[in-house]
Design a binder for this molecule. Structure first.
Ligand code: ADP
Ligand code: MG
Length: 293
């Protein structure tokens, strides 16, 4: 359990995250630092494509830690999140024991098949048991059913997991935990209480330009400015799916590929499909931005 695995200050977080390609604003860097220093899970909430998942990956890269990811979905259960017993293998062992004619008692068999060898470890248990620095990413936690949060609580509050047949497994080294949520539903107060909270939103124009330029260095600076300004205007429209940072980066790559040196209305209209993925959004943008074809 060492906080030394992570960041030594907010500035250190900024610098080291940037070195791995993640440009954090001051609030993000500070919270990332605190999550490591206080060894508290970090809940990151915000719309799709603002860098929630990437933050966890960047913390892992910046610290040389391994990323263990639990992707949440509707119907996720304990067997997929924590551990399950390998029934097939257990059954084979029972049959094999019977076949040898050894009169093993049930107690002996039971002690034999509920051991490490028959345990299938899922992400939460994997992260708890690792002895090397680990970032545990619990991604899109709002997609699970509320019951799963009960499961997360034991892990997040005590950093331990109880397996009835084996006993309690406590973390030797606390993972850096990042939970992400698109806020499609409210998480329970109990989960929130255990976490530090960060609301991530779309970056301001300057930061977005830095992100785009760092990932697509060949993009002309003036075009980069036009690009982020247009993206910002699109995000103000009532769209089904506002363009995310990933789409800004894709757009930049598109402009390079097409050798577009000026993002005028025609260029925007011609390449809008890279940024907007719904016909109705497309129509709305053409109308509201008064794009000429
Ligand atoms: N601060 C950032 N610095 C660099 N790249 C970023 C940043 N935020 C987002 N990105 C880029 O945007 C993409 C989408 O981010 P992601 O983390 O997948 O979004 P979500 O919030 O939906 O989890 C990432 O692949 C990454 O390339
Ligand atoms: Mg994500």
């Amino acid at each position: 359990m060492t906080a030394a695995d992570w960041f030594s200050s907010p500035d250190d977080a900024t610098t080291r995250l940037a070195a791995t390609g993640y440009l954090a604003d001051p609030a993000t860097a500070t919270t990332a630092y605190l999550a490591g220093a206080l060894q508290k899970p970090l809940l990151v909430e915000g719309p799709a494509g603002v860098g929630k998942t990437e933050l966890a990956k960047a913390v892992a890269r910046a610290s040389g830690a391994e990323l263990v990811r639990l992707q949440c979905y509707e119907g996720l259960d304990e067997a997929r999140a924590l551990y399950e017993w390998n029934y097939k293998k257990q059954l084979l062992r029972i049959q094999a024991t019977q076949a040898t004619g050894d009169a093993a008692t049930w107690d002996e068999t039971h002690d034999d098949i509920f051991t490490e060898e028959f345990l299938l470890t899922r992400p939460l248990l994997t992260a708890i048991r690792r002895e090397e620095p680990t970032v545990l990413l619990i991604d899109e936690v709002d997609k699970t059913d509320v019951e799963v949060e009960g499961l997360l609580l034991e892990v997040l509050s005590d950093f331990q997991v109880t397996i009835p047949e084996l006993g309690t497994v406590a973390a030797v080294r606390r993972p850096f935990v990042v939970l992400t949520s698109n806020a499609t539903r409210e998480l329970s107060e109990a989960v929130k209480r255990r976490c530090l909270y960060l609301h991530l939103d779309y970056p301001d124009a300057e930061r977005e330009r830095e992100i785009v330029s760092s990932q697509v260095p060949d993009l002309d600076e003036r075009v980069a400015g036009q690009l982020v300004a247009t993206i910002a205007r699109l995000r103000e429209l009532e769209l089904k799916k506002a363009p995310s940072i990933a789409e800004s980066v894709d757009w930049a790559r598109t402009l390079i590929a097409l050798e577009i040196g000026d993002l005028d209305d025609k260029a925007v209209a011609d390449t809008l499909g890279v940024v907007l993925k719904h016909a109705s959004d497309h129509d709305r943008a053409v109308r509201e931005l008064r794009l000429r074809k």
